[in-house]
Ligand binder design. Structure first.
Ligand code: LHQ
Length: 264
């Protein structure tokens, strides 16, 4: 199915394939693309047939952040309210991605700049083509890293690397991003889509509720103490234990056969 030309989405084997599709602009965000990407994550949230998401970009780039052609200061007498832009476009999508209790795999097929890089870092398992690079381009135009970037960079990398990347806006190659723990894996360009699809398909055939609860726990861990977290693990394990997929997983183990999970 396709809701928009700027984001193409299709459902295949439980995987919602979501492709940013403005290749002549390196998939920079215009209003239509913002709304279409959000709609895709809304579908992923509501539709039980979606059990994993695979996000990538069409053409040679992943996403170059906000379309700066839409923001030409020479064509406006008033200063823009970028806080409103974040409230209206980026932040709802980021919140949907983080609260979606299904895995999001990201295949970074080429340059990821500005908000484009930070959308990738909000995904759960990020693979990048070896030739891809990540650029916190914001400081070049007087802005701060948005789309969750100042949060995820500080959390994942710590202050020294987060600050240098954000203040200098120098490109970070995929292999360096992997060695810093910012992404899961850098892979050969030619095998990126196959490797990412294999991971997404495997996750879509997994115990969706257990995977979603695992995502919730790992995201909650940095902001709570161990006691609180142990209680949360208890509650999530209780929920997981009530699923058909848990019964199937154990039965399959005892019967020495592969489990067939239904996502419930
Ligand atoms: C683009 C863009 C682009 C339009 C490439 N826009 N056309 C911002 C403002 C408001 C609200 C809140 O949030 C934000 C968040 C942000 O994302 S700020 C950061 C915005 N992004 C950037 O500053 C990155 C700008 N792009 C670049 O620095 C380069 O294009 C990169 C390094 C991404 C790629 O460089 P190249 O591989 O050399 O490609 P290119 O520069 O030749 O770009 C190819 C085409 O894509 C070109 O169009 P053309 O018609 O000349 O072929 C670019 O103008 C266009 N393009 N990024 N963000």
């Amino acid at each position: 199915m396709t809701q928009s030309q700027t984001v193409v989405s299709t459902l295949e084997n439980g995987v919602l394939n979501v492709t940013l599709n403005r290749p002549d602009k390196l998939n920079a965000f215009n209003e239509d693309m913002h709304l279409a990407l959000r709609a895709a994550f809304e579908q992923a949230t509501k539709d039980d047939a979606v059990r994993a998401v695979l996000l990538t970009g069409a053409g040679r780039g992943f996403c170059a952040g906000q379309d700066l052609g839409d923001r030409d200061p020479r064509k406006s007498d008033t200063k823009p309210d970028l806080g409103h832009t974040l409230d209206t476009y980026y932040n709802p999508t980021l919140r949907l991605m983080r609260s979606l209790e299904k895995p999001i795999v990201c295949a970074v097929n080429g340059v990821a700049a500005g908000a484009g890089a930070n959308i990738a870092f909000a995904c759960d398992i990020v693979l990048a083509a070896r030739s891809a690079k990540f650029i916190q381009a914001f400081s070049k135009i007087g802005l701060i890293p948005d789309a969750g970037g100042s949060w995820s960079l500080a959390r994942i990398l710590g202050e020294p690397r987060a600050k240098a990347l954000a203040l200098l806006a120098e490109p970070l190659m995929a292999e360096q991003a992997e060695s810093w723990g910012l992404i899961w894996k850098a892979v050969d360009d030619a095998s990126l889509q196959d490797e990412a699809r294999a991971i997404a398909t495997r996750l879509a055939g997994g115990p969706t509720i257990g995977l979603g609860l695992t995502k919730r726990l790992i995201q909650a861990a940095p902001t709570q103490d161990l006691d609180t977290h142990l209680d949360m693990e208890r509650d999530c394990q209780q929920t997981a234990g009530f699923t058909d997929d848990y019964a199937e997983g154990v039965t399959a183990f005892l019967e020495k056969r592969p489990a067939v999970f239904k996502g419930r």
